[in-house]
Design a protein around this ligand. Structure first.
Ligand code: SAM
Length: 289
């Protein structure tokens, strides 16, 4: 049977360089909301971003005042001819022609890196290794998307060992192709910012249902502490139900990515009453969260 991951690797890191995948606005919003405090007074540089296509540029222009940014800069790669630099300080964007193709490794883009505080982008998948080397060399903060296989590269793995990079909160798995179709590529957010690991585990371990806005909790001992959204739990939950702490919302037959699951009970923690100790501690179970 063909190995799916090998095929993916071949596609992403071989000569067949298809780097035109655009990031969805909602994926940017979902991740960026965790780092808002880091942006005040800062210059953000999106160095692989065509302002006409990039949702990163759109996001930072839309949220320029909310994030209290100082400046936004964006450059992008052009296969032929000259690229452009967009500069935005909250009023009218200024666009200046560059005298090169906008390669993130070029001297002009490296100079722009020096002027920036934070690099935020989804760089070309085929150049992720080089990109992360540039990030480490420039010693700026960064928040970038890269293939999950990136963690295996020696240089990037060393960055993890030195604690110079962390994996962010969400996964971005769907990208927009220039023809408007969607492409599935499993990726992580890689960042120099601190990441709360308890939150990461919580976000990544629990999948969302296709048919209702709730997370799936496969075993009652895995009911997360302090989670205030809707959760689907196995029927055995009823043996432990405490109406003081959790509200019963109903029953569903959920599915995840098209796969049908057994019936689940939907519950939600009662605000302010959610179990401080967590379900597992209360019942003497092992909680992995
Ligand atoms: C995965 S796409 C993401 C585009 C955009 N950052 C986004 O998130 O929507 C990577 C982009 O990097 C561009 N690119 C390719 N080689 C590059 C280089 N050497 N320097 C800068 N950008 C490059 C590609 O043209 C492509 O648009």
């Amino acid at each position: 049977m063909p190995n799916k991951n090998n095929n993916l690797n071949k596609r992403l890191f071989s000569k067949e360089k298809d780097d035109e995948f655009y990031t969805r606005y909602e994926d940017i919003e979902k991740e960026l909301k965790h780092y808002k405090d880091h942006f005040e007074g800062k210059t953000v540089y999106c160095n692989c971003d065509d302002p006409e296509k990039s949702n990163f540029v759109k996001y930072f222009m839309d949220n320029f005042h909310g994030l209290k940014l100082r400046k936004l800069m964006a450059t992008h790669y052009t296969q032929k001819g000259f690229s452009h630099l967009l500069e935005y300080m909250g009023k009218t964007p200024v666009i200046v022609r560059l005298d090169h193709d906008g390669d993130f490794r070029s001297p002009q883009c490296t100079d722009l890196l020096e002027k920036a505080d934070i690099i935020v982008t989804n760089p070309p998948f085929s150049l992720f290794r080089d990109f992360m080397q540039v990030m480490e060399r420039c010693k700026k903060d960064f928040l970038v998307i890269g293939s999950i296989n990136g963690v295996k590269y020696k240089h990037i793995f060393d960055m993890f060992r030195k604690n110079n990079v962390r994996i962010g909160y969400n996964k971005a798995d769907w990208f927009i192709k220039p023809d408007g179709s969607m492409r599935h590529v499993p990726t992580f957010w890689y960042t120099s910012f601190p990441v709360n690991k308890t939150d990461v585990i919580r976000h990544m371990e629990y999948q969302k249902y296709d048919n209702v806005d709730a997370i799936n909790v496969g075993r009652i001992q895995d009911i997360p502490k302090g989670y205030t959204g809707v959760m689907g739990v196995p029927l055995t939950y009823m043996g432990y139900h405490d109406p003081e702490s959790y509200e019963l919302l109903g029953r569903i037959k959920p599915s995840i990515e098209g796969r049908n699951l057994y019936e689940r009970i939907l519950i939600r923690a009662i605000p302010g009453k959610e179990w401080k100790k967590g379900f597992a501690d209360t019942f003497g179970m092992v909680n992995h969260c």
